[in-house]
Design a protein around this ligand. Structure first.
Ligand code: ZN
Length: 196
């Protein structure tokens, strides 16, 4: 039923231009040779798709980074889905910079996966599953990464990467990508909860 997401460890994420490795995902998290993965980003403002009703606290971002091999600017969409509704949390970076007051803490990467669906724009779909705890309970958080796409440069305006500036078409594309993956992301989480 969920054949669109398959195990793929380790996940290697390549530059969309030179195809050299820019990230990898290990049990320690996302690695990029000590370099930053994203330079800037902002929340994607969008209406949540219908299947997301029980997951109102997902966080979805458009992020822009730079390939450390060839200098290409890239962008990608990221959306994180907790297995239970988690209040007042945000993802500041792909490394999960959470508000301590939210009481959410991560233990380790639980698995990495690769979405096999054809996505518009040639992007690739990755999922990093984390074990976490929330209010004393063990939960799962799936971080979905869709990208990388060339064309980050036009996303950066006078105020950095902002949903109220830059290239509106790319913000729209990012929202559509999140909307597209959400039903499968929610189903994938539901499967994990049923199995636990
Ligand atoms: Zn490159």
């Amino acid at each position: 039923m969920f054949s669109s997401i398959t195990a793929a460890a380790p996940v290697i994420i390549d530059c969309p231009k030179c195809r050299k490795q820019v990230w990898s995902v290990t049990n320690e998290g996302i690695e990029s040779d000590g370099r930053t993965i994203a330079d800037d980003g902002d929340t994607i403002r969008m209406r949540m798709p219908h299947p997301l009703t029980a997951w109102t606290q997902i966080d979805q971002l458009l992020l822009v980074g730079t390939c450390h091999h060839c200098g290409q600017r890239y962008w990608y969409a990221e959306a994180a889905y907790p297995s239970v509704p988690v209040a007042n949390w945000t993802i500041g970076t792909p490394q999960f910079n959470f508000d301590e007051q939210g009481g959410l803490s991560f233990s380790r990467v639980n698995g990495t996966f690769h979405g096999t669906d054809q996505l518009p724009g040639g992007g690739t779909w990755y999922v990093v599953r984390y074990n976490a705890s929330w209010q004393g309970a063990e939960i799962i958080i799936d971080q979905h990464i869709v990208g990388l796409h060339v064309n980050g440069k036009s996303m950066i305006g006078g105020n950095g990467v902002s949903s109220c500036g830059g290239n509106a078409a790319i913000w729209s594309s990012a929202a559509k990508l999140v909307e597209m993956i959400t039903p499968k992301a929610v189903a994938f989480l539901a499967e994990s909860r049923a199995a636990s």
